[in-house]
Design a protein around this ligand. Structure first.
Ligand SMILES: [Zn+2]
Length: 349
């Protein structure tokens, strides 16, 4: 059995089904969107539905036919999934809350892409074409991405290649231009909240609160709802607030953070600054009516916002956006993180 398609992806699936029934399916799709929207599941469902021998009326795979069975156990001869070798391992460790080493083996290398492409040229076993999914496609190193170009340009007949990424800009333009772009949007709030409310992992946590912390991304919200995550957020916000009160040591704080967590920490920095900006723009509005994301810190944030310099606050927000783009650059990210925290402290002082 396969788990149900995330409710906010039904519209996306319907788009795909319409293209297929109209015979307008492209050879290559680039499925992108913010992390935590289930793009990977969508790609797998498109793949399974393409290969299914008895698709349902809405185009979804039946889950039971002679094609769905091998697909669901990862043994379909006409399907290949290309992912970094360590991916499964990493996911397991992440779910257990262990620290994951920041190694370069998360790359998809040229040999793996060559094998993947060679597989697509073999004749199909079930007469429903061949499908290949690459996830995350931005894990391909430049040589690997180059070796995919030829196949993207002239794919074998009846082939569908689906690239999945949350960072399309990291893919070479030559790759992007050969795929039909498919952006998964942030779902409607009511859809996301209804789904979250039924997740046992939420364990009493308010769905609206974690959805706001995840900026509307349901799967990211579920991850954030883990007690350890929420505790980590509280500790980090306390540290930032300490800096804003001109206390603490920004360099020591930067050095003490796990580098693999930096994107998450920057996300929380940004939400904090956005709340401070909101508060500054509405001095006489009661905080309860302000839709703050960090509602649990509202009492501390309101008086703090009143004494910060608005121009410097906006300046720091802009710097943070820039930093979020550069954070994967290994050469200077330590310096960038230190600079950010120093500026946090200066803002308060
Ligand atoms: Zn089927």
């Amino acid at each position: 059995m396969h788990s149900p398609l995330y409710p906010w992806l039904h519209g996306e699936f319907a788009r795909f089904h319409a293209l297929r029934t109209q015979g307008r399916m492209p050879h290559a799709l680039l499925v992108s969107g913010e992390p935590g929207l289930g793009q990977g599941q969508l790609a797998m469902r498109l793949a399974q539905a393409t290969l299914c021998q008895r698709p349902l009326a809405d185009g979804q795979a039946c889950g039971q036919c002679g094609s769905c069975h091998p697909f669901l156990v990862g043994a379909h001869p006409d399907f290949s999934l290309l992912a970094p070798k360590e991916k499964d391992n990493k996911d397991d460790e992440a779910s257990q809350g262990k620290k994951v080493k920041d190694t370069k083996d998360k790359d998809i290398k040229i040999d793996a892409v060559r094998d993947f492409c060679a597989g697509l040229y073999l004749s199909s076993s079930f007469q429903h074409g061949k499908v290949g999914v690459i996830e995350p496609a931005d894990a391909m190193n430049p040589a690997a991405a180059n070796s995919l170009l030829k196949t993207l340009e002239e794919p074998p007949a009846g082939t569908l290649i689906i690239l999945v990424t949350s960072h399309p800009a990291r893919l070479p333009i030559t790759i992007r231009s050969r795929c039909q772009r498919w952006l998964v949007p942030i779902p409607e709030r009511t859809t996301a909240l209804a789904w979250l409310a039924h997740q046992p992992q939420l364990a009493g946590e308010d769905p609206a609160r974690v959805l706001d912390l995840a900026e509307g991304r349901p799967l990211a919200a579920l991850e954030l709802a883990e007690p350890e995550r929420l505790a980590q957020r509280s500790r980090w916000l306390e540290s930032l607030l300490h800096l804003l009160r001109a206390g603490g040591n920004p360099l020591a704080l930067a050095a003490s953070q796990d580098k693999t967590e930096w994107p998450q920490l920057l996300h929380w920095c940004r939400l904090l600054l956005a709340d401070l900006i909101r508060l500054q723009g509405a001095e006489h509005t009661p905080t309860a009516a302000m839709n703050l994301v960090n509602r649990d810190f509202a009492d501390v944030l309101a008086p703090l916002a009143a004494r910060l310099n608005a121009r410097e606050l906006f300046g720091l927000y802009d710097y943070l956006l820039e930093l979020s783009r550069l954070i994967n650059h290994p050469l200077n990210r330590e310096l960038l993180m230190e600079e950010l925290l120093i500026r946090f402290q200066r803002l308060g002082g």
